[in-house]
Design a protein around this ligand. Structure first.
Ligand code: HEM
Length: 444
């Protein structure tokens, strides 16, 4: 029985007994997402866990903003806890409010301005490295350098420590894979932990690296008697237990750098492929910055640069899907969703929906500059989520990205290696699989 005025959710393919449609999904989940979206913007699939994929902005708004009490983090997010502990990302039913309130001052506009200055230093370091091989014609993978920018800024914002060039980035990438495997894939995790597979070895190593960072900070702050005003300091100063501080720091360390580093890599990649968009960014940074590094106050003036980043976030949303479980039955865009349903909000599918984006697969930052953006549903673009659990690091991420794209565009152009096509890798985040091979050229 459905409620009056609603209809049942459309079904995806039944697939095989037990495993459902797992094979085509795991072969290429991004294509699968778009194929299911063609069936409906609220559609049930079985992989083998059953869930409802949602790409309808009105339905997304209901889950995140207008009826959020009905949607808990749920079964899939439980898989995150084994890696992140019980931190802000995984906590539910009001338990999230205390750590969110505690750490919020570390993400205030004033702090973000300081982080933007840190980003200038981080990009200058990359510029020093790139100067060494610019114009040599040598093809390099630029992705690790871009990841370093994110690691340095995030490390300073969270624990006042430069984490670039340490094991942190690799540990974070491994954690990203482990979380995905624990939640959606569940395959390598079926092998008992004592079996010395590469997967388990890497998982343990990454865990140790993150533990050392987190416990090192907590120990040294307690020993020094001063909490500090970074994220670690705010958590320690709010009187949270040692476990709460540690789990929340771990969560922030894992949520912040892969996402930002990948967004930067995707933006530089798309600008390298789209000369018109690249020239618009170059013109803007030349006119606004007059050859200087951006001051925090100038970031808002860099509208072409911001549009170039938003368009990369649309096509390659680092967090490409995230789940909730329905507590009570609900209606999502006219479809009946029973209690207990796992809804998977597909950022990727929503961002490529032909109903909400014209020519959705084309990179065109102008769509974030003209007035079509005012006509679009607000939840058709959700790289940072939405509602009260919207990403806490959005300001920090955008300040880092605008600073980095602007400074790199002042100096360099990337010429992609002709033989190298960048495909999307996908764990919890979408990443340029195999990196971004390019020749770095000085702008003349
Ligand atoms: C481009 C970079 C980033 C992207 C695309 C991104 C994306 C997201 C998304 C989609 C969510 C919502 C998840 C949900 O509702 O289930 C989220 C939440 C979160 N993000 Fe980010 N994020 C980015 C950067 C950061 C940074 C820099 C930090 C921290 C320093 C961070 C920390 C968090 C935390 C703690 C949450 C959970 C907030 C809560 O539930 O109250 N993120 N992020």
């Amino acid at each position: 029985m459905t409620r009056q005025g609603t209809c049942p959710v459309a079904h995806g393919p039944a697939g095989l007994p037990v495993i459902g449609d797992a094979i085509p999904y795991f072969r290429d989940p991004l294509t699968y997402t778009l194929r299911m979206q063609e069936r409906d913007s609220v559609v049930s699939v079985k992989l083998p866990l059953p869930f409802v994929q949602v790409t309808e902005p009105e339905a997304i708004e209901r889950v995140l903003r207008t009826n959020p009490d009905n949607y808990v983090r749920g079964k899939l997010y439980r898989g995150f806890s084994g890696v992140m502990g019980s931190g802000l990302l995984t906590l539910d039913t009001d338990q999230w409010r205390r750590p969110r309130r505690a750490v919020q001052p570390a993400f205030s506009p004033e702090r973000v301005r300081g982080n933007a200055r840190e980003a200038v230093g981080a990009v200058e370091e990359v510029i020093r490295r790139w100067t060494a091989h610019a114009d040599s014609g040598v093809v390099v993978d630029v992705a690790p350098d871009l990841m370093d920018v994110a690691s340095r800024v995030l490390g300073m914002a969270l624990i006042s420590r430069d984490l670039s060039g340490t094991d942190y980035a690799r540990a974070s990438a491994i954690a990203n894979k482990v979380i995905y495997n624990r939640t959606i894939m569940a395959l390598p995790t079926m092998i008992p932990a004592f079996v010395p597979t590469r997967y388990h070895r890497e998982r343990r190593w990454a865990n140790r690296v993150l533990d050392d960072i987190v416990h090192g900070v907590i120990r040294s702050r307690r020993a020094g008697g001063e909490c500090g005003d970074d994220a670690a300091g705010q958590l320690l100063g709010a009187g949270l237990s040692e476990a709460e501080v540690s789990d929340n720091l771990r969560t922030l360390l894992l949520a912040g750098s892969d996402t930002t580093g990948q967004a930067l890599a995707w933006t530089m990649y798309e600008l390298a492929r789209h000369p018109q968009a690249r020239r618009a960014v170059e013109r803007e940074v030349d006119e606004v910055l007059l050859g200087q590094a951006p001051a925090p106050d100038q970031l808002g003036e860099l509208v072409q640069t911001t549009a170039a980043i938003n368009e990369a976030l649309r096509l390659h949303p680092p967090v490409w899907q995230f789940p909730r479980d329905a507590v009570e039955p609900d209606s999502l865009a006219g479809r009946e969703v029973p209690a207990g349903t796992t809804v998977l909000l597909s950022v990727y599918g929503t961002h490529r929906s032909p109903e909400h984006w014209s020519d959705p697969d084309t990179y065109d930052p102008r769509r974030f500059l003209d007035d079509t953006q005012n006509k679009r549903h607000k939840h058709a673009f959700l790289p940072f989520g939405g509602g009260r659990r919207m990403c806490i690091g959005k300001g920090l991420a955008m300040a880092t990205l605008v600073t980095a794209v602007a400074m790199l565009s002042q100096r360099y152009r990337l010429r992609l290696s002709g033989t190298h096509t960048v495909r999307s890798g996908h764990y919890v985040t979408l990443f340029p699989s195999g990196g971004i091979s390019a020749v770095v050229q000085e702008r003349t």
